[in-house]
Design a protein around this ligand. Structure first.
Ligand SMILES: C[S@@+](CC[C@H](N)C(=O)[O-])C[C@H]1O[C@@H](n2cnc3c(N)ncnc32)[C@H](O)[C@@H]1O
Length: 217
């Protein structure tokens, strides 16, 4: 069992283990969501779960579960391609006593099964390790965590490219994307974001490394 922003995260399936860097930016994203919530839902007597959040490449579901735990009016779609991960997400939602009225779990290859659905916040930690750096990854990580949760082709950009190509069409007006990346990808990412017409900001993690971006259109 792992703790992630005060949530219990079971990792008994073969899934990606949540990292402290992800916990760091998720906390910041939650503050942003809570701020949006206070502006849009403060007068509600009963929550209507109207703030739509997407946790894509969800793994254990740690990001979306932390959002649900620390905000009142959010609804989260959890997306992953891996069956073990989808099972793990359900286990973790019930472990954290999240009402089934507040989420859906969707098996999808990135956005393929999401139709035209749009979100106020899209939170993503895609696989981003460059295949050519496989020999730099810890043996234990390679043994315990699934290959397709870690690696993303040349320069580690294959899923990021696919994600950024479509993500803007799944944002509601004024919606925002939070996405984690490898600090070495920042130059390529800048080019992709400009080409795809995003406005964006790169941010550092708790170890002073470029680690995540916030993007909007
Ligand atoms: C780096 S892990 C992130 C897990 C979790 N969000 C976290 O931060 O701990 C990436 C996840 O993406 C999933 N994944 C890989 N390829 C995918 C695809 N084509 N579509 C959707 N999810 C995918 C993997 O199964 C894995 O759970």
């Amino acid at each position: 069992m792992i703790k992630f922003l005060g949530c219990k995260i079971d990792v008994s399936k073969k899934v990606f283990l949540p990292r402290p860097e992800t916990e760091y930016w998720t906390k910041i994203a939650i503050k942003d969501i809570a701020n949006f919530e206070s502006k849009t839902s403060h007068s509600l007597k009963k929550p209507n779960y109207n703030i739509k959040v997407l946790d894509i490449f969800a793994g254990t579901g740690c990001i979306g579960i932390a959002v649900l735990k620390h905000t009142k009016n959010t609804f989260v779609d959890f997306v992953d391609i891996d069956e073990e991960s989808l099972d793990q997400i359900l286990i973790n939602l019930s472990l954290n006593k999240i009402s089934p009225k507040r989420y859906r779990i969707i098996k999808s290859n990135v956005f393929a099964n999401l139709g035209g659905k749009r979100y106020h916040f899209i939170l993503a930690n895609p696989p981003y390790v460059a295949l050519e750096r496989k020999n730099e990854v810890d043996k234990e990580v390679l043994q315990k965590e699934p290959h397709n949760a870690l690696f993303a082709g040349k320069k580690g950009l294959s899923f990021i490219k696919k994600f950024l190509k479509e993500a803007k069409d799944h944002l509601k007006p004024y919606g925002k994307i939070y996405m984690e990346f490898d600090p070495r990808q920042i130059g390529e990412l800048r080019k992709i974001l400009i080409k795809k017409g995003y406005q964006f900001e790169f941010r550092k993690d708790q170890f002073k490394k470029w680690r995540y971006l916030v993007a909007w259109v």
